[in-house]
Design a protein around this ligand. Structure first.
Ligand code: BGC
Ligand code: IFM
Length: 814
């Protein structure tokens, strides 16, 4: 069952009913000001940091769900309705929600009055613009009352949801004409404020929630709206809101638009201690003046369209598969940008108050966007590196506003350091910009300890070398990529959990997965060293990599697949000797991507085992058999019911690893099948089962052991986006940036006859046409670059070229 459809022409997903299985959301904003908006106008916005600079309030886990947003109430006679259906939920005569790239449009109609609510965040301004256009489609004059509504958050979202003894007394607003200022202080004095304005005179306003709603009433029937008039309330403490009241009279056929702007302003730094009550209104007014007319809004929307067109034109495919093209050209790259901007902080599953930017998450996010925003990747890499400790380990997370490592969570996830090499390697291959390696980056955010980025990579690599366990495999620490595999955190003390246990330091648990990472990213680090002329270091690194490869093949091979880990008692995890959790997906993907066991035929065997034991029609589950009871020696993983999350859920993030691994060994048919099964556009028809948005990846789909097999959760902010893009663009379509140029090495289903790719790479636009006349899955037999035949599949980088035309013929080499 579908709840809408893709409109590829306009790069939109068109939702045709408000009754989606879950709120289907979109993100607005591209740099500092971000918003979440659902198909019924729910959601919130914040400036840079969803925890520390929350502008509007949201109630997670509310009932009914998703009941806070930017709402417009239309009172037409005795009928009250909203363009986004909620919160009044009056049945609409027509409803559509168009989620596009950085904007959302809600279009609806009731009793001959049509509404179109366009919401977006301009490319370079800190505000949401809402243009509400109303059209009278009847033959008679229509008079209607319009009320806006937004609920302010008192800046720090954690405090806002907890600290009521203070919060109920701090709220302050000011009303000036059609503008409502939210000027509550958050401990620091008057450093910033928010405003909500409309480009016309108002006939009333409200700023106090209880006055707007009525103390015991819900947002579905506010007393002011039902009465058709505002109370002109001024909030003192309690819950400050913004509501404008406008009266509209429309002739038959007439359209009119009201432009609302919800913005954020920071005072200049030196004004920090200005007396309370003084707002820098000039700054706010300057912003308001930019969005007062339809022409201005049209131009801003056009600029937004151009922003996305330019970005997405950097990589596009044209194949025989419409769904593939739509995902690669539009939605996968769009999601990669969103995950890059927000890491795992704010979604409808992440409250914005817990996780900030993840070290490993943000490093992996780079894999999906280095080709889109190389300059911003550069800065991000340096920000991340500055949260590393001198011994090469790192803070696991940092706050985007302060860029400081989060001490509450601390460090100890032993995969983190190697992800830095992964991210920097991707950046270098994409841009060829080796100057970044000489950039100074702090250790532990302490500038006095700054060292060149290359030194950070060295310490990342060394960290694993100096943290090995009894089998010569990397120590896992608190966990590796799998946050829930807490092998050193056993404790049978009542009340002591995997998160608080004290025996971490003594833990000797080892990770085969990190072993695979070490081989893959260690080899990349060696290439970087060699490229920098550090020949001796490159050789030493390669020797360490070979030692690790041998350790993985020795202690990490279980007979038909790679072992997952060794616990703190040196017992294997993810082995046939275990009663549950015999095989895990992660080491199969990572070790094969690293090339371990490929020559020996073990890699192929491991992938065969994945297919036999972990495959389902909705994707590959993380492990089998699922754990059925809690195990002290494994930690959180066994706390999930079977089939959910890390306990045998279909973790979408590591499905592409298997697809990549299948491509490494040349299995194009299987690689594509794995890609397709978790790809949202291919499960659109079963949205009633899948339930999350069919245009973006979710972190997890319930596995075969779960009662809700096939149901997805945690949509949007997941490393799945970047890894799937790496998979499809590099491993399947085969566009592989290397330090010296662009290699073309596709691995595709044997049924594909041809496809073309357009790719901007280091300033040159490559037009690549691939033909597959013999129906092979992998192998390039002929290549012509700008008409010149060449034997190698690497297109060496030649600076200064605008365009380059490449013809590739696949086949079986003689
Ligand atoms: C996992 C969750 C887990 C959490 C613990 C996440 O990465 O996906 O399942 O509860 O880590 O911090
Ligand atoms: O690797 C983690 C990631 O950092 C956050 N989401 C879940 C993954 C697996 O535990």
């Amino acid at each position: 069952m579908q709840f809408g459809h893709f409109d590829d022409q306009n790069k939109e997903y068109v939702i045709t009913t408000p009754h989606t299985p879950l709120p289907w959301i979109n993100y607005l904003g591209s740099r500092d000001f971000f918003s979440l908006i659902s198909n019924t106008a729910g959601g919130y916005c914040f400036y840079r940091d969803a925890k520390l600079r929350r502008i509007t309030r949201y109630r997670y886990n509310d009932c009914p769900r998703d009941s806070v947003g930017r709402y417009y109430y239309i009172k037409d006679g005795s009928t009250v309705w909203n363009p986004g259906w909620k919160p009044v939920k009056t049945e609409l005569d027509r409803y559509r929600c168009r989620h596009g790239l950085g904007y959302t449009v809600l279009e609806s109609e009731k009793n001959g009055l049509a509404a179109s609510l366009e919401c977006f965040v301009p490319v370079a301004d800190n505000c949401e613009v809402h243009r509400l256009t109303l059209t009278n489609r009847t033959d008679a004059v229509k008079e209607a009352e319009l009320f806006s509504y937004a609920e302010f958050c008192l800046w720090n979202a954690v405090d806002d949801a907890n600290n009521f003894q203070r919060n109920f007394s701090t709220g302050e607003v000011e009303v000036d004409g059609s503008t409502i200022y939210h000027k509550t202080e958050y401990r620091e004095r008057r450093t910033h404020f928010a405003f909500y304005t409309v480009n016309r005179p108002v006939c009333g306003f409200d700023t106090d929630r209880d006055s707007f709603c009525g103390a015991d009433r819900d947002l579905d029937a506010p007393q002011t709206v039902l009465a058709g008039s505002s109370r002109d309330s001024i909030a003192h403490g309690w819950a400050p809101v913004g509501s404008h009241h406008l009266h509209l009279a429309l002739q038959p056929g007439e359209s009119t638009s009201c432009i609302f702007v919800l913005g954020y302003v920071e005072n200049p730094k030196d004004d920090k201690w200005e007396a309370p009550g003084v707002l820098k209104k000039d700054r706010a007014r300057a912003l308001m003046e930019k969005y007062r007319t339809d022409a201005q809004v049209d131009a801003a929307l056009q600029e937004l369209h151009m922003y996305w067109e330019t970005l997405l034109s950097r990589f596009s495919v044209h194949s025989e598969d419409e769904k593939l093209d739509r995902m690669v050209n539009i939605w996968n790259q769009y999601q990669c940008m969103v995950t890059f901007n927000l890491s795992r902080s704010a979604s409808y599953f992440e409250s914005g108050t817990g996780r900030g930017m993840g070290f490993r998450d943000s490093c992996q996010d780079l894999l999906g966007i280095v080709h889109l925003v190389p300059e911003r990747s550069r800065q991000r890499i340096l920000d991340i590196a500055a949260t590393q400790f001198e011994d090469g380990s790192s803070y696991h997370q940092y706050q985007p506003l302060t860029k400081k490592g989060n001490a509450d969570i601390g460090s100890g996830f032993n995969d983190d350091p190697l992800w830095l090499i992964a991210g920097v390697g991707a950046y270098l291959r994409e841009t060829g910009d080796f100057s970044i390696l000489q950039e100074q980056a702090a250790f532990d955010n302490d500038e006095t300890k700054a060292q060149p980025l290359l030194e950070h990579l060295r310490r990342s690599f060394q960290y694993s070398c100096s943290h090995k366990g009894p089998h010569g495999l990397p120590l896992i620490g608190r966990a590796d990529w799998n946050d829930c595999l807490n092998l050193n955190c056993f404790s049978d003390e009542p009340g002591e959990s995997f998160q608080t246990c004290s025996n971490l330091e003594s833990g000797k648990a080892e990770s085969v997965f990190i072993g695979g990472m070490f081989v893959k990213y260690g080899a990349e680090y060696a290439d970087i060293c060699a490229h920098c002329g550090l020949t001796e270091e490159a050789a030493q690194v390669r020797a360490q990599v070979e030692t690790m490869r041998a350790a993985v093949l020795d202690a990490g091979w279980d007979g038909a697949w790679f072992v997952r880990a060794y616990d703190a008692f040196s017992k294997p995890v993810g082995s046939h000797v275990c009663d549950e959790g015999q095989i895990f997906i992660e080491p199969q993907g990572m070790c094969v991507m690293a090339g371990i066991g490929v020559q020996e035929g073990l890699a192929q065997k491991a992938l065969q085992s994945v297919q036999e034991r972990l495959d389902t029609k909705y994707g590959i589950v993380l492990l089998q058999p699922a754990y059925t009871s809690y195990r002290l020696n494994l930690g959180e993983i066994s706390s999930y019911p079977p089939g959910y999350k890390e306990n045998a859920g279909i973790f979408c993030h590591n499905n592409p690893w298997i697809s990549c691994a299948e491509a490494v060994v040349g299995h194009g048919d299987r690689a594509f099948t794995v890609y397709r099964r978790t790809c949202p556009a291919y499960v659109e028809e079963i949205s009633e089962i899948h339930r999350t948005e069919p245009y973006v990846y979710s972190q997890m789909v319930a596995g075969k052991d779960a009662p809700s097999f096939g149901e997805a959760k945690n949509s949007w902010l997941t490393g799945t986006a970047a890894w799937t893009f790496a998979d499809v663009s590099q491993y399947l379509l085969g566009m592989q940036p290397e330090l010296d140029g662009l290699r073309v090495n596709p691995c595709i289903p044997h049924t594909w006859k041809a496809f073309t790719v357009e790719r901007l790479f280091r300033g040159t636009r490559y037009h690549i046409a691939v033909r597959n006349p013999d129906g092979v899955q992998k192998g390039v037999v002929r290549m012509e670059v700008d008409g010149k035949p060449q034997t190698d599949s690497l297109i060496s980088f030649v600076p200064g070229k605008a365009d380059c035309y490449v013809q590739v013929t696949m086949g079986t080499p003689e």
